[in-house]
Design a protein around this ligand. Sequence first.
Ligand code: UD1
Ligand code: CA
Length: 458
Amino acid sequence: MSNIYAVILAAGQGTRMKSKLYKVLHPVCGKPMVQHVVDTLASMQVHDSVVVVGHGADLVRQTLGERVQYAFQDKQLGTGHATKQAAPILSEKEGTTLLLYGDVPLLSAETLTSLLSYHHGQEAAVTVLTATMEDPTGYGRIVRSEAGEVLRIVEQKDASAEERAIQEINTGIYCFDNAKLWNALEQVTNNNAQGEYYITDVVGILREAGEKVTAFVAADPDETMGVNDRVQLSMAEAYMRKRINEKHMRNGVTIIDPASTYIEADVVIGNDTVLQPNTILRGTTAIGSDCVLGPQADLTNVTVADGVKIQYSVLTDSAVEQSATVGPFAYVRPDSHIGPNVKIGDFVELKNAKIGQGSKVPHLSYIGDAEIGENVNIGCGTISVNYDGAKKHKTIVGDNAFIGCNSNLVAPVEIGKNAYVAAGSTITKNVPEDALGIARERQENKLGYAARLPRKGK
Ligand code: UD1
Ligand code: CA
């Protein structure tokens, strides 16, 4: 098969989004739309991919990195003009060019592969991916002859009432014979309602020149939807979310309530894990097998090993080892490492804290900038006093230590192995191994004193 090239148009501002953020960078299930398109292409045998950038060029480049080449469109004079900017990179090559829009994020590699093989089978100059939409408003319409041949594409704004009634729409995805594309583009004018150079005109131009023009109808019209405004963005999000949830369920993940489960595009989940309602898994989060997450687990970039339970908790940029339990109501902030069989209980906040195997932080604690050894018990209400107003300091607690309730560990401070800290202590000096650290006023009982105190009703 000849070489495949791809051009992705991503230079528009996206006026209809009414946003400071450029349209193609708006995320769908946590990933910018244009990145979905590039990732889909990455799973195919594409020789060169050229992204046409303009508005927000630097940000788009930053988002996509070095995996693609870039062409720059200085002024947004239309999709035909945008495509033309890729000519210096592609026009001398031989093969087939896929043209895609950066605002059509749901398209699957399967559909693109079917489109390519149909195009090659037809030996066409261009094949347009079309779809039948119940409501075609806003899309370009496919005008066919009585015999059913594709004649041209007409934009909504240029269409007659009769043409607007056509339900077969242009998805904005095309396969071109590369050489014929660049030749035809030379003939595109901006003589239309929007004063733009339309790529869609190439279809009619090739047809007039006697070239073979075909269309391939997408099996699933939803997959080809373009996102122009926030209503369509939410529709794309819902579609993608359903697709992601179903993929995980087919891989052996139980999702109790898919309607309230939000999993971003790049999340990985092992089988026999159960997701309870209102679970949100974001970014590069990777979950092992046999876990129970939720209700209400919100994880961003968290690595979770097998057999972990997390409920009603928020975790970010951290790791949780095998069979640990977290929550309810824990807040795990970046760079925390929760070891195997650890218990992080209710109303516990961790930040940059390493908790060793089998240790317990069961209730009402703040552990920040700390290294807690193995089998340590951190009593209720323990606070690592890590901040002196200017700098953060470290707390170290050795293996098997026991920290009594309501203790303050004023960092920098180290509690030795097997040591005890008496409840209510404010520890400002290191406690050696096997020692008991106690730092509080001794209690005094004043006998009979109660009678001298005022009390209601007496
Ligand atoms: C376009 C098609 C329409 C199709 C629809 C499918 C044209 C003229 N119309 O309309 O037939 O049904 O997509 O979703 O092609 N862009 C540039 N530079 C420009 C203009 C646009 O890079 O000068 C990029 C945009 O960033 C966007 C894509 O091209 O990613 C499509 O542009 P948009 O303005 O959204 O076209 P539609 O009106 O949706
Ligand atoms: Ca569009």
